[in-house]
Design a protein around this ligand. Structure first.
Ligand code: SF4
Length: 761
């Protein structure tokens, strides 16, 4: 890259290009008075900056969704404040500007434009300028640095699959490295998240160090989710993560007392990603190199993967906050103009790269792809065969052996390398594969158990290993998880003084944003939720247990490195004389199993475990069991009578009738506990699910056993593939996400004795 700097100048460049230019500047023997600034920074000085507190001000004032408000704030520069618009959306933006200005949420840098006029101004690296940005740049006499560009390649590589594309790229990179090219001089572009898994797997087979910027949001970390529930920073064990969250908290000091604090905090955490440690030498993903010129120097190598239609060049659609029609009104680039700019810019930028390799794929595990039509304009020769080289990686060679043998035995097709691979590379492992868990060497680290992790461990220790030790399970927020969150949040709020259903629901909807389809579906559920809140208020008028804990977190130590924790939806209680009478409740928007027959195995522990936690913690003085219950919130019903019947509590109560009356004074005539009834002689009917004091004691002992057993399995790393079978039903594998990786067979099954009195709700 030939670049001549000019003294007394300001260079408007993206931050990544600034680093490249600083590098060039350090090699220049002259000394210059130069400032680098990004276009975004320039806009803040030239127009105005928006104070962070503005978002809180608008949340308070408008009751609008935080994402919509952020979008509106981003559009403020684009509105001509001197103009009268006919369109409400544009006028709203204009009003928003004046509102923020009048209330001192905008910062104006007076005199900055005059200062700019005393400088030489250059711009480079922005191929998608909006007309209003050009006007701004022209007003300060900006010089546009022209890019000289011509495509340096004559070949494009076509691959049947994403996997082949990555293997071939890895082979080419190993070849370069063998010739002495440092991995630091090799970059990848065009890869989105769909490439990550295969890139990591295949590059690690070839021992190619790869640096992928983390895209994991902080809110995807389990400890951060826990932290968000009660703001206890002790959930976060990792020091650098703790520092990050403390800093975010400090930045939000201005919102500490606001009811929107939680929303702002969640939003910030969602927009912060985890840092991956950068390696001393590694191949890096540099997707920006397709938009910003000169990020790749002449002695560096860029591999552009995924050169497919709709991906490269990037396609813009008319689906942004401001539609194309509105953009035309305020002189902004429409999607058609953006598509043209995007294509022109990509061609220019690719032309600045000396060592370029371009490839595209036709399939991936999730879809089919077409070649980018831009490649036809380049008129390149297509190469579509993958030349394997078996000199770089033993792991890869073994992988290829299993591949060609699979194809041979399953489809009777012989790969062209079959003879070479099966003669020269060890293929004995193919037929002697044993899927059994052979043990691991793992130091004991602190951990926490909950009813669900104990249940997973009891169902299959290998599942626990994959989920909690290797953390392979990914959490995806679905409509049903959002519904669960919304219902739980409103039901908790319903015990507050001055509870307003509408306000509480709005708050829950803000925390769990629904898209337009989900909003329509939720309308009916909103009415159901109101009925549930009213029903609970009504039945609880009959209870002596008038005190309440909502979403109560309890944690007790189990050993010097393990704790047991629980998060109880609802506890109703009453201190009376020297005892505290309590009942625990769990709201279910999905299904749950209530079965006390396998507690010592660690199965179906949830409600019993909650009373264990209450008994072992210091929550209550002399805790006295009254009952534990599920309340199923979303069941089918044919009329309102059945709807209310379905809301009755499902669970066990004490058999002490006096204590039982503390829960429901009408339990003899029409109890809100399902199945609880009285015979003519005044005794509890045999259908009633009741527990005597000694049975409660037995439950405590069974749980103690289950906890002991769980600790032993985890501390001894004894994670066998051992799914449980009860009454000929495999209760472990049906919904297990790891079916594809464990290769379970019938010889792994563990049959549990059938027990009487089993009940599945
Ligand atoms: S599929 Fe079954 S055997 Fe395999 S990990 Fe899951 S529970 Fe265990």
């Amino acid at each position: 890259m030939n670049f001549k700097f000019t003294d007394n100048s300001i260079y408007i460049v993206p931050n990544s290009l600034k680093l490249k230019l600083l590098d060039l500047l350090s090699k220049d023997r002259n000394i210059y008075n130069i400032t680098f600034i990004s276009l975004e920074e320039l806009e803040k000085h030239y127009f105005f900056d928006i104070k962070e507190e503005a978002l809180l001000y608008l949340l308070d004032k408008t009751n609008e969704n935080i994402d919509v408000l952020k979008l509106m704030l981003k559009k403020l520069y684009k509105i001509d404040i001197t103009k009268e618009y006919r369109e409400t959306k544009l006028n709203n933006l204009k009003n928003l500007y004046f509102d923020l200005k009048d209330n001192n949420y905008l910062i104006f840098d007076k005199g900055y434009s005059d200062y700019l006029l005393t400088k030489n101004i250059f711009i480079l690296g922005y191929g998608m300028l909006e007309p209003y940005q050009k006007d701004m740049l022209d007003s300060i006499n900006t010089n546009y640095i022209e890019i000289t560009s011509s495509i340096s390649i004559d070949t494009v590589y076509k691959y049947h699959s994403m996997k082949d594309e990555i293997i071939s790229t890895a082979l080419k990179i190993r070849e370069l490295n063998t010739k002495g090219i440092s991995y630091n001089k090799i970059f990848l572009a065009g890869v989105d998240n769909s490439y990550n898994f295969l890139l990591k797997t295949i590059f690690s087979m070839f021992d190619i160090p790869l640096y992928l910027k983390s895209t994991n949001k902080l809110t995807s970390i389990i400890s951060v989710k826990e932290y968000l529930k009660d703001k206890d920073i002790n959930h976060i064990k990792d020091n650098s993560l703790k520092a990050k969250i403390t800093k975010i908290n400090d930045d939000l000091t201005y919102a500490k007392d606001s009811k929107y604090y939680d929303i702002l905090l969640k939003e910030k955490l969602e927009n912060t990603t985890l840092d991956n440690n950068e390696l001393i030498e590694s191949v890096k993903v540099l997707n920006e190199s397709l938009e910003i010129p000169y990020l790749v120097s002449d002695d560096e190598y860029l591999f552009v993967l995924g050169f497919n239609q709709n991906y490269l060049p990037k396609i813009y659609k008319d689906e942004e906050y401001l539609s194309d029609n509105l953009k035309r009104t305020c002189n902004l680039n429409t999607s058609t103009i953006k598509n043209k700019l995007s294509k022109d810019n990509l061609i220019k930028v690719l032309g600045t790269i000396e060592n370029l390799t371009i490839s595209y794929k036709l399939t991936s595990l999730t879809g089919e792809y077409a070649k980018s039509s831009l490649l036809n304009e380049f008129n390149l020769k297509e190469v579509d065969n993958l030349h394997y080289n078996y000199n770089y990686s033993k792991d890869f060679n073994n992988y290829r052996v299993s591949n060609v043998l699979d194809t041979y035995y399953k489809y009777h097709e012989k790969d062209k390398d079959f003879d070479f691979l099966t003669t020269n590379i060890d293929s004995s492992k193919y037929s002697s594969f044993d899927h059994k868990f052979k043990g691991i060497n793992r130091p004991i680290t602190p951990y926490s158990l909950s009813y669900s992790s104990i249940d997973d461990l009891a169902k299959c220790p290998f599942k626990y290993y994959l989920k909690y030790i290797l953390k392979l399970d990914s959490f995806e927020e679905s409509f049903s998880t959002k519904i669960g969150n919304i219902f739980h949040s409103v039901l908790k709020d319903s015990y507050n003084n001055n509870f307003s259903f509408e306000e509480s629901l709005n708050k829950a909807l803000k925390d769990n944003t629904l898209d337009s389809r989900e909003t329509v579906l939720f309308k009916r559920l909103e009415k159901e939720l109101k009925i549930i809140v009213d029903y609970n208020k009504e039945i609880e008028k009959r209870s002596f247990l008038t005190e309440f804990y909502g979403e109560k977190r309890l944690e007790i130590p189990l050993s010097n490195h393990a704790t047991l924790k629980g998060f109880i939806d609802k506890i109703l209680f009453k201190p009376f004389h020297d005892k505290t009478f309590y009942a625990v409740f769990d709201y279910k928007t999905g299904s749950a199993t209530l079965n006390l027959d396998y507690l010592s195995e660690g199965l179906y522990l949830q409600l019993p475990l909650y009373i264990y936690l209450i008994n072992k913690s210091n929550l209550f003085n002399n805790p006295t069991f009254v009952g534990f219950f599920y309340q199923y919130l979303l069941q089918n019903y044919k009329d309102s009578e059945e709807q209310l019947k379905n809301l009755k509590l499902v669970g066990y109560t004490t058999d002490d009738k006096i204590v039982l009356s503390y829960l429901d004074e009408d339990y003899e005539t029409d109890s809100f506990v399902k199945g609880l009834s009285i015979k003519k002689d005044g005794e509890l009917s045999s259908r009633s699910k009741v527990l005597s004091d000694s049975e409660v004691e037995d439950i405590m002992n069974s749980i103690h056993k289950a906890l002991d057993k769980s600790l032993k399995i985890i501390d001894n790393n004894d994670f066998a593939i051992a799914p449980k079978i009860i009454n000929n039903k495999n209760i472990s594998c049906e919904f297990c996400p790891f079916k594809e990786v464990c290769f379970v067979s019938a010889s792994d099954y563990v049959y549990l004795d059938k027990k009487e009195g089993e009940s599945n709700a």
